[in-house]
Design a protein around this ligand. Structure first.
Ligand SMILES: Nc1nc2c(c(=O)[nH]1)N[C@H]1C(S)=C(S)[C@@H](COP(=O)(O)O)O[C@H]1N2
Ligand SMILES: [Mo]
Length: 516
């Protein structure tokens, strides 16, 4: 053994070898579909983290939650490998290569295999084998890195070359990973970061002057085609899947339908059935007050009821369970499943569902948060017992009825509005699921006094309700603008601030603007 290697150098060699192996884990997952530790670490994490902690994090990170988790896993693993490298170089320096490599690989297996089994459950065998293989490879690389140069004439003669080699490989892998994750982050930002506003940007109207800080000053009345529909490109995307969502070959896909006479439907058969088409608002249960994880699109597909009735519901059916290609599961009580407006959607805004929204088919129903709308459906199974789905197993509310929500879209937080007016561009949306919206109020003095906005009834009542308001600022100064919605039963939105875990965030959307 080489007693001259310091803890720091051992750590650096360990981290470099770790970076190579972790990059391989991600790389082979993406190119060859080999699942290993990073795939299931997130699932395991959401199982062991207390719901309140997870809820706190997801409320702050929103659509960046999942990418952050992946970056965290990668960084954590490289750091762990560095630590083990330092230990191998110092504490274990007297051991032979084989026992030392074996000890390191075993330590990593002991530390990470429980995570694999926890996160992947029944499907853990493949990821466990892959993870064990990666750690064996790591132990080998580490030993090569730590061994005296003379023992490895083929790799590098000198310590500096050896270091350069390992660092170069590590840097390349890191660069590749950063580019990939950067691309995904950028995509997430462009999907979720842009507010799905009330309509597509209209041609600028000559009658309006741009308001600094308010990006779109066009009065809502000037929108000839105000529809309240989000384009598919701007529709928020949320998924539990760390590295990639399922890519499904429509030609080979079959939707299994259980019941007294179970059967399977192909994609073309599904598309040939009579459809129910309607605009539908979808909101993530982790959306923050005033947040952008809410969108509306026109979905169509056959009613779930039609598919189930063809199979015949067994007597004693309590719920319908949904299985998905990504291992996600959900369930619905029978009344919700048999509601004629609950559909197996294959079309969104007139196009086949895109991959990220659940191609080839997803469930869509009224009034409940996104969690109850499984994507990439693979089976519909009538069950006699109550079943908890993926997020319910992690403590989230099983019914997931949406809470009353409202959001001010213009003026945006921090906008500077010139004195004068009246300004017709104030607008936003209210949403209360199946309860509908009966009123939205706005306050320009932090909630001391309220005024009623004008509702734009352009969509069915279970969708979000665009609202507008004409404002004449009373004078220069700072204003805190607040909105609150009333649902169809006349109940006002809960103003008490509460994180989204376990059943949806509450509070009021507040923005600060200046009149100059
Ligand atoms: N199969 C599957 N379905 C899923 C999810 C998932 O991770 N896997 N995420 C759910 C969550 S939490 C939400 S908010 C919605 C988001 O749907 P969207 O991405 O089409 O907006 O999908 C739901 N359906
Ligand atoms: Mo969600």
């Amino acid at each position: 053994m080489n007693p001259n290697i310091s803890a720091w150098r051992g750590g650096a060699i360990g981290a470099a070898a770790g970076a190579v192996v972790v990059a391989l884990m991600f790389g082979l997952r993406l190119s060859a579909g080999i699942q290993a530790l990073p795939d299931v670490a997130a699932d395991a994490m959401t199982l062991v983290l207390p719901g309140s902690v997870f809820g706190f994090l997801i409320d702050r990170l929103q659509e960046y939650g999942r990418p952050s988790l992946l970056v965290g896993v990668a960084v954590g693993l490289v750091a762990l490998c560095g630590l083990l490298g330092a230990i191998a170089a110092t504490r274990l320096s007297r051991l032979g290569h084989l026992p030392r490599g074996g000890a390191i690989a075993a330590a990593l297996a002991v530390l990470t295999l429980p995570i694999v089994f926890l996160g992947a459950g029944e499907d853990a065998v493949g990821p466990a084998i892959a993870t064990a293989a990666y750690w064996t490879l790591f132990a080998g690389l580490l030993e090569v890195g730590l061994s005296p140069a003379a023992a490895r004439p083929l790799v590098a003669q000198h310590a500096t070359e050896r270091r350069a080699l390992l660092l170069g490989a590590g840097a390349l892998a890191g660069l590749w990973l950063a580019t990939y994750l950067g691309g995904r982050l950028g995509r997430a930002a462009s999907l979720g970061g842009t507010r799905p506003t009330v309509a597509a940007t209209p041609p600028p109207s000559p009658a309006t002057t741009p308001i600094p800080g308010a990006t779109d000053p066009t009065p809502v009345d000037a929108f000839p085609g105000l529809k309240g529909i989000t384009t598919t490109k701007d529709f928020y995307v949320i998924t539990k899947n760390g590295l990639d969502d399922p890519t499904i070959d429509a030609g080979r896909w079959r939707l299994q339908i259980g019941g007294q006479r179970p059967y399977a439907l192909g994609y073309d058969e599904l598309r040939g059935l009579p459809v129910y088409e309607a605009p539908r608002t979808l909101e993530c249960i982790s959306n923050i007050v005033g947040g952008s994880l809410i969108s509306t699109a026109i979905f169509s597909g056959p009613p779930l009821k039609d598919l189930l009735e063809r199979a015949g519901l067994p007597t004693g059916t309590k719920e319908i369970r949904f299985n998905c290609a990504d291992g996600y599961t959900e369930s619905l009580p029978l009344d919700a499943a048999l509601d004629p407006t609950t559909i197996v959607a294959h079309t969104m805004n007139g196009e086949p569902l895109s991959k990220e929204h659940g191609f080839p088919a997803r469930l869509l129903l009224s009034g409940r948060y996104g969690v109850k709308n499984p994507k990439w459906l693979s089976a519909l199974v009538p069950v006699a017992q109550s079943y908890n789905g993926y997020w319910e197993q992690r403590g989230w509310n099983k019914d997931a009825f949406v809470r009353t929500f409202s959001r001010l879209d213009l003026p945006q937080d921090g906008a500077i509005v010139p004195a004068g007016g009246p300004y017709p561009f104030i607008r936003g949306v209210g949403y209360a699921g199946s309860r509908g919206i009966s009123k939205v109020e706005i306050s320009f003095d932090s909630g001391k006094t309220w005024d009623t906005t004008q509702l734009r009834r352009v969509l069915p009542r279970d969708n979000w309700m665009p609202f507008t308001y004409v404002w004449t600022p009373p004078g220069p100064g700072a204003y805190e603008v607040v909105v609150r919605a009333y649902d169809g039963d006349g109940l006002v939105q809960d103003a008490a601030e509460h994180d989204s875990f376990p059943d949806g965030a509450t509070g009021l959307h507040r923005t600060s603007i200046k009149v100059a």
